[in-house]
Ligand binder design. Structure first.
Ligand SMILES: Cc1cc2nc3c(=O)[nH]c(=O)nc-3n(C[C@H](O)[C@H](O)[C@H](O)COP(=O)(O)OP(=O)(O)OC[C@H]3O[C@@H](n4cnc5c(N)ncnc54)[C@H](O)[C@@H]3O)c2cc1C
Length: 432
């Protein structure tokens, strides 16, 4: 048994852990509860199962790679970090990248991850060709948009509840350079930053950081980033550098209302100094990866990330209400990230849908949980939902008030006789 957790270090539970070296070593009984786990970068309890948690990281081979067409088939435990080292020098990139490259491709499918380009290019599930899934101890099947398509769309964003994804075939994105031409624009409030998202809706990558503690005239002030891959005739190169590792858990008092307010002030004015410049792809897509194990700065008790989406017509109103509650509570988040999504795909538990999404980090404590309960009410009032990959504390009632199609998921599991896959999260929310 090992005490493990997601990236938020909350909750931590004792789990029996297995790390198979090949597909044949993945073994379980007919009525045993198990859950697959990649690199544990989901924040909460979606990759935890006390009875048996199966870590896929050693299933990390590239099965085939058509370098002309950019079609690749990989084992699910390969990390984005491992893959980028192979594909970038050949002039290809991931069609969708979350904010860290320390995730497995299996985890990317199971969370149907989004990047800064969702408003144009959708989520990772939109770029898949097919999947091979182990649905029971004795059976693995292929699925795609044409073959066993109900299982395919239940698995995209399905949080590991439909089986262990073994193989993923998908289409890469052609690039001429791993450099990004970035533009940074600071805005004084929320309306202004949303206008920028609309104005630049044809830019490939857009994202904004919001100062969620600013009040009065600066309420909702933001730093907006947009980026395009540089056009170039030179050979594409990739030279990742990792600079710092947080060696120990910080005492929890270090991050408080005042230290975060100070950070936000400097971050806002520092970014005002830049407008247009060329940056490295790693700097643009994965800024947090520069500091390894940065999750320790929240202290031993861990933290939670609260990420929600609300339909576009009400996004401004809902986000204002949320930020007012946060500012009023004096609970502070220093990484509040806003993105624009287009309409979502057919994934039954897939998170993205048309509207704005905001993600905020908070220390895990009773005061935070009380605040987040209040925020849940706002999200439900505006017919929004929260991202299961970030969740560790939502109640079952709130989950069922959010528009996730868990009933169709249960029907599909019955149809394919899939019984084994349960996480601490799916039990907490009674998804199955
Ligand atoms: C710094 C940071 C930035 C992030 N930015 C973003 C972002 O911009 N956009 C975004 O969408 N997400 C983002 N995330 C979340 C992250 O991309 C997802 O949680 C992703 O699923 C993590 O992959 P993993 O391999 O670590 O999966 P884990 O955390 O180990 O597992 C996540 C889920 O996937 C399931 N799963 C894992 N492997 C398999 C498999 N082989 N078969 C079936 N199910 C499986 C697990 O059961 C679990 O339900 C971020 C996370 C961090 C830490």
């Amino acid at each position: 048994m090992f005490k493990i957790s997601g990236w938020g270090n909350y909750p931590k539970i004792n789990c029996k852990v297995e790390t198979p070296n090949n597909e044949n070593e993945i073994q379980f009984h007919d009525n045993e509860k198990i859950i697959p786990r990649g690199l544990g970068r989901s924040y909460g309890d979606s990759s935890l199962q006390a009875n048996k948690t199966i870590i896929t990281k050693n299933l990390n081979k590239i099965i085939s790679f058509d370098e002309e067409l950019g079609v690749i088939c990989v084992q699910s435990g390969i990390s984005s970090d491992e893959l980028l080292k192979v594909i970038i020098p050949k002039g290809w990139f991931l069609p969708v990248s979350p904010g860290t490259k320390f995730v497995t491709l299996g985890g990317m499918v199971a969370s149907d991850v989004h990047g800064k380009n969702h408003h144009l290019e959708g989520s990772f599930g939109d770029h898949l060709i097919n999947l091979k899934i182990k649905i029971s101890n004795s059976e693995a099947i292929y699925c795609s948009d044409d073959l066993n398509s109900d299982l395919f769309w239940a698995t995209i964003g399905g949080m590991g509840l439909t089986g262990i994804i073994l193989e993923i075939k998908f289409k890469l994105k052609k690039i001429q350079s791993y450099k990004i031409n970035q533009e940074v624009i600071t805005t004084q409030n929320l309306e202004e930053v949303m206008n920028l998202f609309e104005k630049y809706k044809n830019s490939t990558y857009t994202v904004a950081w919001i100062d969620c503690l600013a009040k009065g005239n600066s309420f909702g002030r933001s730093v907006f980033f947009r980026g395009e891959h540089k056009k170039s005739k030179e050979k594409v190169t990739y030279d990742p550098k990792y600079s710092l590792r947080i060696p120990f858990f910080f005492p929890s008092w270090i991050l408080n209302y005042f230290s975060i307010k100070l950070f936000n002030f400097f971050y806002f004015y520092f970014n005002k100094l830049f407008d247009k410049k060329e940056v490295d792809g790693d700097f643009f897509f994965y800024p947090l990866d520069k500091i390894l194990e940065w999750n320790k700065i929240y202290g031993k008790n861990g933290f939670v990330q609260y990420q929600f989406i609300v339909p576009k017509k009400d996004s401004l109103k809902a986000i204002k209400e949320v930020l007012e509650k946060v500012a009023h509570s004096k609970e502070a988040s220093f990484l509040s990230v806003l993105k624009l999504f287009k309409k979502g795909n057919k994934g039954l538990l897939s998170f993205p849908d048309e509207g704005y999404t905001l993600a905020m980090d908070f220390q895990a404590n009773e005061k935070t949980f009380r605040l987040l309960k209040e925020l849940d009410k706002i999200i439900i009032k505006y017919s929004g939902r929260i991202y299961l990959s970030k969740d560790s504390r939502l109640s079952k009632d709130s989950f069922f008030s959010m528009n996730y199609d868990s009933e169709s998921l249960r029907n599909i599991l019955d149809k394919y006789n899939i019984k084994n896959f349960h996480s601490q999260q799916s039990d907490r929310l009674s998804i199955l």
